[in-house]
Design a protein around this ligand. Structure first.
Ligand code: AHR
Length: 319
């Protein structure tokens, strides 16, 4: 009886020790796109924090906006024998070969925040929002805001070839269907504040100093914040002369909304890592397969929300 008890406790201790050791020994490679936006910086901060809280050794590689750097990082993660790979893919195409190599090495891959055009058997799951839905929410908000009037929109697109740029455009166009709102100019500004300002300056110049522009739609808040500066410098009032709608819900857009210089934003959570680590944990523990798409929620914020309270909450989040 006594021996049985001793053996049972030893087994418990061994199991606990083993699971603690394996949790601590888990190594995950993370290929991040770069730091083009406030949202991206928050995603990085949260991923590093999540890894730390869970005792995971996170190998972080900043691709500086280049897919070739991401491909190199993935190959280096294979060589290092990591237990899993997280990748936020800068563009949607060109992943097949390297993901096949990762699969052959038996390493599970989780896509963070952007989807790709490859077959879904090359990755375990994708933690992303529905970009088409985000664009359509922005488009529908604008259609309601102009209430049947004609409205010429300029659009700042995200990085060419990236899933959010392709799908937020598509969704916005769906949201405008059947309305008097139309896109008159559309160009990439690479998801950055600096380029958002530059491209908006060129739109304003091309459109009679801005007189012909009724609204700006930006695929992220950072480009909108840059464009707001350009609109002000052109002597117009962003938020009233030119309506501003964008995506991400970063703290700076709430500041602009509180100042009446932006009108609406659609939220993208920067916490993609939490659900990704949960899925990985379950998979490594007992083979539980997550759904191929773990969808994060998207919601619209306008002046009708308690902007100060949301701003304060966001500032605590990792921004
Ligand atoms: O993939 C998500 C997008 O990438 C965010 O909307 C944008 O800010 C970031 O750069």
């Amino acid at each position: 009886m006594f021996l049985k008890k001793v053996l049972a406790s030893a087994a418990v201790i061994a199991t606990v020790a083993l699971s603690t050791t394996s949790a601590l020994a888990l190594t995950v490679g993370f290929s991040q796109i770069g730091s083009e936006s406030g949202w991206r910086a928050a995603e990085t901060t949260i991923t590093l924090q999540q890894a730390k809280d869970r005792g995971i050794d996170l190998k972080f590689a900043d691709a500086q906006q280049k897919q070739e750097n991401q491909i190199k990082a993935l190959r280096s993660f294979i060589a290092q024998g990591v237990d899993a790979i997280f990748v936020a893919p800068v563009v949607a195409t060109g992943w097949d070969s390297v993901l096949k190599e990762v699969k052959e090495a038996g390493i599970p891959v989780i896509l963070l925040d952007r989807t790709i055009d490859s077959s879904d058997d090359l990755y375990l799951t994708a933690v992303t929002s529905d970009f088409i839905y985000e664009g359509s929410v922005a488009g529908k908000w604008l259609v309601d805001a102009v209430d049947g009037k004609e409205c010429s929109v300029v659009e700042l697109q995200g990085t060419t070839g990236s899933a959010p740029a392709i799908e937020r455009k598509e969704g916005f166009e769906q949201g405008l269907a059947g309305s008097n709102v139309s896109i008159i100019r559309s160009q990439t500004a690479d998801f950055t504040r600096t380029k958002g300002k530059e491209v908006m300056e060129s739109f304003l110049k091309a459109e009679g100093g801005g007189k012909n522009i009724c609204a700006l739609y930006a695929h992220n808040d950072d480009m909108a914040v840059g464009a707001i500066q350009a609109i002000k410098e052109a002597g117009l009032k962003p938020g009233s002369d030119i309506l501003v709608v964008s995506i991400d819900a970063v703290p700076d857009i709430f500041k602009a909304m509180m100042a009446g210089e932006a009108n609406a934003t659609v939220e993208l959570t920067p916490n993609m890592a939490g659900p990704a680590f949960d899925a990985l944990d379950a998979f490594l523990k007992d083979g539980t397969l997550p759904p191929k798409w773990i969808q994060s929620e998207s919601r619209l914020y306008t002046k009708d929300d308690d902007l100060q309270a949301i701003y304060d909450q966001k500032k605590d989040l990792g921004y």
